[in-house]
Design a protein around this ligand. Structure first.
Ligand SMILES: O=C(O)C(=O)C[C@]1(C(=O)O)C=C[C@@H](O)C=C1
Length: 293
């Protein structure tokens, strides 16, 4: 991978702008809506325990990406570690495409956005554009929190083998494209924990301060956990996985066959319960631990 990092010099791009959605911090209904500079903190849910727009939208992106990925195999040439690329660099096709994808996006300012976290933090080119500026909402410690290495290894070891059913197809390029979409969607959702933690801290500073000063991770985790919200997230994700992932089969008389699913909906729901939300909380704890620095 080191070698890949030394690939060609950056292109000189002067006039492209990376468009990120306006950063929106989701909050529970029980958080007051806040505004701060150009950032809107909003709560769109009518119920006291549900999460707001951004996380809900990100669930859709994750589920659609996983569904796309599920049509390909998990033992593809795309994962062959010893593929040789330009300049004798070695890595898998997926590594190479992810790296080049991020490098291009870094050049146009993507990773200047607080919502974005690179998979190659050791290689972090400054944008080639003069005026890439995003609103700064988070404490500066946010830059030092990046758990993409874990997201990446879990994704390839635990998620892909479960969702990718086909055997031995060689569509390595398509597989890499899908993997990049999945990884970036999961990474964004999980690192949104920084925004959640910032919102929670602003709302109830005194609740967290003692635990932060005592560096008490366990207590912080307890304080920020809301099991009712987690149960709602899990159920909503399961319903979405059913709705988006149903294989619709009808005969000539329009009779609909019993539904089958591209990915078992409970797998996706459990993924959120056992992996996405715990990692989001891990990011929240890391952020809170540094917020008083
Ligand atoms: O909504 C919150 O309060 C969050 O912290 C987010 C989140 C999640 O990842 O969805 C994480 C922890 C909580 O226990 C509930 C939900």
């Amino acid at each position: 991978m080191e070698a890949i990092l030394q690939l060609q010099p950056l292109l000189n791009i002067k006039s492209i702008c990376y468009l990120s959605p306006k950063p929106i911090i989701f909050l529970h209904q029980n958080f007051r809506p806040l505004t701060r500079s150009r950032v809107t903190f909003c709560s769109s849910s009518p119920t006291p325990f549900s999460t707001g727009n951004s996380l809900i939208q990100q669930e859709d992106t994750i589920i659609f990406s996983l569904l796309e990925r599920s049509q390909y195999s998990h033992d593809s040439v795309a994962y062959d570690k010893d593929v040789i690329f330009l300049d004798d660099s070695k890595g898998s096709l997926v590594d190479y495409m992810l790296f080049q994808h991020e490098k291009l996006h870094a050049q146009v300012g993507r990773y200047k956005s607080e919502e974005e976290n690179t998979f190659f933090p050791q290689f972090f080119p400054n944008p080639r554009l003069p005026h890439v500026q995003y609103p700064q909402v988070l404490h500066h410690c946010a830059d030092s929190i990046n758990i993409n290495h874990k997201i990446r290894s879990d994704y390839f070891e635990k998620i892909v083998p479960e969702i990718a059913k086909a055997k031995n197809n060689d569509e390595g390029g398509s597989i890499a494209v899908c993997d990049i979409l999945c990884l970036q969607a999961l990474s964004k959702r999980i690192h949104y924990g920084k925004f959640v933690a910032e919102a929670k801290f602003q709302e109830a500073r005194s609740k967290y301060e003692a635990a932060i000063k005592a560096k008490d991770r366990k207590l912080l985790l307890e304080l920020l956990t809301d099991k009712t919200v987690e149960a709602i997230v899990k159920k909503r994700v399961e319903l979405k996985a059913k709705a988006f992932g149903q294989v619709v089969q009808i005969d000539e008389a329009y009779n609909v066959a019993n539904p089958t699913y591209k990915i078992n909906p409970s797998f996706i729901a459990n993924l959120f319960e056992e992996w996405v939300m715990p990692l989001t909380k891990e990011v929240q704890v890391e952020y809170l631990l540094r917020i008083l620095d």
